[in-house]
Design a protein around this ligand. Structure first.
Ligand SMILES: Nc1ncnc2c1ncn2[C@@H]1O[C@H](COP(=O)(O)OP(=O)(O)O)[C@@H](O)[C@H]1O
Ligand SMILES: N[C@@H](CCC(=O)OP(=O)(O)O)C(=O)O
Length: 257
């Protein structure tokens, strides 16, 4: 299978923005094993701003764009250093791909992106994709990595998109303010009622929240790709997903033809 895994800031860092070493090590070990089992893997990873905030010892995520972009520039190095180090332990090579929304609308950039991605996969490398936050102004950015994950999955003609978050999946309401909210295990289509369920982001360092994950599901499902939201605090769930067990919330891709 060709699998796109999207990892959110909340999975990779503590709330301070400092790396969650135990979890990130476990995640890279399991992803390496998934790759060893013969799957093709593309990682869409957030965490640049969060890690920059952590490295600069800032008290919170900056509000102004230049400081946010500076934090991303600092954190992106840290992020790739970490991935390079951890995947190397299991003999895997990683590659950094930083893109913006514009790269999908410009024909030449789009085609370069696709051919580089394909060649990296042929070379048995794990492409690690993030938005190029230092140049991505609002007009040209995808804006969040859930949507980025879905666009990448569509472009790569992936078989599955897995979104790892800090929560088990989509609930009937935001469990932070709604203790009775229930986990929804399967979704066949995105209706206005489903969109209504989504609240805002859970942590201060993240960007998306549940609504961007539902937006991502719309793109993936339209492209005929299944998408699963699962809890990134338990990376071993990836094994269960690949064993076909019920995990988190599964959005079923539209069958073609
Ligand atoms: N209906 C919902 N079901 C589940 N989580 C929800 C819902 N509405 C809002 N959320 C919030 O979305 C958060 C996950 O999004 P986010 O904070 O952006 O994480 P990530 O960094 O993984 O992208 C959860 O922690 C939860 O508080
Ligand atoms: N590109 C940004 C992340 C944007 C984003 O979508 O964050 P998240 O909600 O944690 O997946 C970064 O690397 O900090």
């Amino acid at each position: 299978m060709r699998i796109v895994v999207k990892v959110g800031t909340s999975t990779l860092t503590h709330t301070s923005g400092r790396i969650n070493i135990r979890r990130t090590e476990k995640l890279c070990k399991i992803l390496s094993d998934v790759k060893n089992a013969g799957h093709e893997l593309i990682l869409v990873s957030s965490g640049a701003i969060g890690m920059g905030v952590g490295k600069l010892n800032m008290k919170s995520k900056p509000e102004d764009m230049p400081t946010k972009q500076a934090a991303a520039a600092i954190g992106q190095c840290e992020l790739m250093y970490l991935y390079d180090k951890l995947f190397r332990e299991y003999n895997h090579i990683v590659a950094q791909m930083l893109i913006t929304g514009l790269d999908f609308s410009n024909e030449e950039s789009h085609s370069n992106f696709q051919s580089t991605l394909n060649r990296l996969l042929e070379l048995n490398v794990i492409p690690i994709i993030n938005e190029n936050d230092t140049i991505a102004t609002q007009e040209i950015s995808v804006g969040d990595n859930d949507t980025m994950g879905a666009i990448v999955a569509e472009n790569a003609q992936a078989d599955l998109l897995i979104i790892l978050s800090d929560i088990d999946g989509l609930y009937t309401g935001d469990p932070r303010n709604n203790p009775d909210a229930q986990l929804i295990d399967t979704i066949f289509s995105i209706t206005p009622e489903i969109k209504e369920l989504a609240g805002t982001k859970g942590t201060t360092l993240g960007t998306g929240g549940m609504i961007t994950k539902i937006h991502a599901a719309e793109i993936a499902m339209d492209a005929g790709i299944d998408m699963i939201i699962a809890n990134g605090t338990r990376p071993e769930l990836l094994y269960k997903i690949l064993d076909g067990d019920k995990v988190g919330t599964k959005f079923i891709g539209r069958k073609k033809g």
